[in-house]
Design a protein around this ligand. Sequence first.
Ligand code: FE2
Length: 357
Amino acid sequence: MPNASSAAWTVADVQADTGWTYTLSPVESAELLAAVRVARREDKPLLAWRRDDFKLDKALPTLAAAFREVRDGRGMALVRNLPREGVSPEEFMLMTWAIGLHFGVARPQNRASDYITEVKNVGVAYRSPTGRGYSSNAELDFHVDGADVVLLSCYNQAPVGGMSMCASAVTAYEVVKAERPDYAAALGTGYSFSRNGEQSGDEAPWYAAPICDVEDGRIFCKWNRNRVENAQKLDGVPRLSSLQREAMEYFDTVLRRPENMFCMHLAPGDLQLLCNQTMLHSRTSFEDHPDEEKKRTLYRLWIARPESRRLPQSWEVFYGTTEPNAVRGVMKGHNYDEMRRRFDARQAETLGMRNFG
Ligand SMILES: [Fe+2]
C-alpha cells in the first residue's frame, strides 16, 4: 500500500518490487493511437486541442494508476507499450500531449514558453549560463524539473549511452541527516538559483529557495546544480557559504551511491513519469545515430496535477502558488501570452483545478 515513506526507496527496493512499472495492453495501446489518428489535424495549433478531442477510455485506468504511483507511491512510474511501430514523430508527440490533456495542465518549460519539447541533441552546451540539458548530449547532474510531474516519452533511443537515472531525494536526505546532520540543516537554508535568462519581464533573474524543505511531515526537494552554479556568476547574488557548498556536494555524492542511483534504459514506446518533488533524475552522455530520423528523440511534458499536495511555502517564489490542486510550476519564458493564458484557464476548468494565473 502506498504510504508517506514509499517515496523513500533504495535501488534494492525498486528492483525487488516492480509495481511501479505498467504495460499498456494491445487494446489500450491501439486505442491511444486510434484516438490520435482520428483527431489529428496537421494545421491545428498544439494549444487549441482539448482533452475531449482525444477519446480515451480503455487506456485511462492504467495511466491513472501510474500517476497515482507518482503521487502516493514511489514517485516514479514507467508505462510501457505506447504505440511506436509505424508511428510518426508528430503522432507520437501528439499522443504524449493527449495523455497530458487527460491528466493535468501542461506548463511552459523554456525561454520560448514551449508547452512540450523535443529532447534531442542540437549541440547546446549544458554548462553555459543559459544552457539546458535537454538540448545537449552531455551527462546531466541530478536535478528536478519545474512542475509537479514530468512526462518523458521515448521515440528513439541512442545507440550508445543516454541511460536514465533516478534517485529518491527523500532517501538521500534521510541518509545525509543520519550521517551529517549539519549538512542536512544546511540543505534547508536558502540557495540562490539562476533562471538561466529564461525569466519573463516580471521575474528576477534569480531566486532563493532551500534544496530540501518539509511540508506536512513530508520531505520536498528542489535541486539543480547547474542553476545554483550559474547564480553564483550573477550580480547581487549572495555567495554560497562553505557549509552550503559542502552540503550540496555531499548530497550529490549520496545520490550517486550505487544503492541509491537507479538506472533504466528507456526503450522506444516507453513513457517515464516522475514526481519533481521527491525524485531526482539525470542522464548519462550519449552518442547519437548518424541518421537524422534515427537520432535519440524523446518528448518532454511538464504538468500541474489535479489533487496535488500543498507545497512548502519556500517554493512559492518558483511555483507561483503552493496551493494544492492548482495550476502551478512555471517557467513562463519570453512568450507567455494571451493564448497560453487562455489554454491554462480552459484546461484548469476542464480538470476542476484552481488557476490563479
Ligand atoms: Fe530534467
